[in-house]
Design a protein around this ligand. Structure first.
Ligand SMILES: Nc1ncnc2c1ncn2[C@@H]1O[C@H](COP(=O)(O)OP(=O)(O)OP(=O)(O)O)[C@@H](O)[C@H]1O
Ligand SMILES: [Mg+2]
Length: 465
């Protein structure tokens, strides 16, 4: 197998004919005419098989995958598929102008051709399949191979698959890195591949390697540029949102004081006005709407406030129990049975007990609102199966579940399906849990919604039981 592949003979005669020079010129101009990788590979292979160039009949491109040490077929073009190659921008007075071009339709036709599909379906394993290809790749030199050299090799079936007789391989190498190989042959190997043809192939392969590398770099640059542009837009958007948030927060603060005054005076008027009169009804509307606005402004302020946690170590069971106890009467009046499962031992959490109570109350209120005609609420506290100690708090109600299609939006500020909701309850909950290093998730199960919170526990000698 050592002599199997014939390498190129030393250059003895002066090079080459005018046709080859014109072809070389057109080829290098073509490589400069586009930066798009896909178009480049179509143009490179088409130029190699374009009939007037009298070079080869079929050309294939295999790209190297260094991870799997394989060459994967990417494109194959035969002479018939390259007929649509045309010279553009050529001046009749100057032969050294112009370049080849292909339109999108022609490239699509090339990709759809049977030969191209065969090439794309083939792969050469450099470790196992073809010692000749492996040698050409190792030595980084073009070589000419006869099908007889491949008779003993049962590995890749490359020669058999493409019915090749004599063919040539040119490695594509940039900065000492193998990009792929170009394989060419002549009318199913009936014609020999001449030294001049092999030299041109080497020249083309060298130029193509550089063009492919440039194109790849350009593509990476474009991608990085697009990512930078996106990041910049996100930053600008973030800054706008922050400014907007600050404005909303200060506006809410300003509005809260007169609202409290209006509510206070309305309540005083309520004591004077007689019940069941139209005036009293108007006043009741003023009172309830004022309360709603106060609630809304309170939520907006809570959401926009900078996250500050007053750290202390407390027992999570107590906070859960206190929150449920606060709602016991409301639940009872609404026909809701509450089943609370708490562990016996102390569960220490380092965090803000007040904020965590706000979390549980928001979830309890949502559950209560989901079960206006009664139902069952199950709440449990158990140990998480995380590496560091954690608590899992699960709330399940029987209120019919979160509306279809809303599951992905419920933690988004101002998302609500309720007529008088603000849609800030769950975003506030989410933020508090995240600030405590925890995670909250929601899902539906038979007949209701389930909220699951995983919260880190403080490192403590008390082992949760
Ligand atoms: N237990 C639940 N069962 C069914 N849907 C729920 C439940 N909890 C939340 N949701 C859905 O999530 C939405 C958002 O809840 P969130 O608490 O953020 O706002 P809200 O309850 O609508 O208003 P508010 O700001 O007054 O709490 C609700 O409008 C509802 O569609
Ligand atoms: Mg709510």
């Amino acid at each position: 197998m050592t002599d199997a592949a014939e390498s190129i003979a030393p250059l003895t005669a002066p090079l080459p004919r005018t046709r080859d020079l014109t072809t070389s010129f057109l080829f290098s101009s073509t490589l400069l005419s586009t930066i798009h990788l896909n178009k480049l590979v179509h143009l490179i292979l088409s130029a190699l098989v374009y009939e007037p160039n009298q070079l080869f009949c079929r050309a294939m491109l295999y790209l190297h995958n260094p991870k799997t040490r394989t060459l994967q077929g990417m494109l194959g073009i035969c002479r018939d598929d390259a007929r649509s190659l045309r010279v553009v921008d050529m001046s009749p007075d100057n032969l050294l102008t112009g370049h080849w071009d292909l339109d999108d339709l022609a490239m699509e036709r090339q990709r759809q051709a049977e030969f191209c599909s065969m090439v794309r379906a083939s792969r050469i394993n450099l470790e196992e399949d073809c010692p000749i290809v492996s040698r050409a790749v190792r030595e980084r030199l073009p070589c000419r191979i006869s099908h007889r050299d491949c008779l003993d090799c049962r590995g890749c079936g490359f020669v058999r698959r493409f019915e090749m007789s004599t063919f040539a391989i040119a490695p594509l190498v940039t900065r000492d890195r193998l990009v792929g190989i170009i394989v060419v042959d002549n009318c199913h190997g009936e014609l020999a591949i001449e030294d001049d043809q092999l030299r041109l192939l080497q020249l083309f392969a060298n130029q193509s390697s550089m063009a492919l590398e440039n194109s790849q770099l350009y593509r990476n640059l474009e991608q990085t540029h697009a990512e930078l542009r996106d990041a910049r837009q996100r930053l600008v958007h973030g800054a706008h949102l922050a400014a907007l948030g600050e404005m909303v927060a200060s506006l809410s603060h300003e509005l809260k004081t007169p609202l409290v005054t209006i509510g206070g005076f309305a309540a005083r008027l309520g004591k004077i006005l007689e019940a069941e009169t139209p005036q009293r009804q108007y006043l009741d509307t003023i009172i309830s709407e004022t309360q709603r606005l106060e609630h809304l402004l309170g939520d907006i302020l809570a959401y926009s406030r900078k996250p500050t946690i007053c750290y202390s170590c407390f027992d999570l069971r107590e906070v859960v129990k206190e929150s449920v106890d606060d709602y016991a009467i409301v639940f009872e009046e609404q026909g809701i049975t509450c089943d609370l499962q708490l562990p016996k031992a102390r569960w220490p959490v380092l965090g803000d007990a007040h904020q965590l109570k706000q979390v549980f109350i928001n979830l309890l209120v949502n559950a209560q609102e989901a079960m206006p005609h009664g139902g069952v609420l199950r709440m449990s506290l158990s140990r998480g199966d995380t590496e560091k100690p954690s608590a899992v708090i699960v709330l399940r109600d029987s209120g019919g579940g979160i509306p279809e299609g809303s599951l992905t939006s419920i933690f988004t500020p101002f998302f609500t399906t309720k007529q008088r909701g603000t849609g800030l309850g769950l975003p506030i909950v989410n933020r508090i849990i995240q600030n405590h290093g925890g995670v909250i998730t929601a899902c539906n199960y038979q007949g209701g919604a389930e909220f699951r919170i995983v919260l880190p526990l403080a490192e403590s000698s008390d082992e949760p039981g």
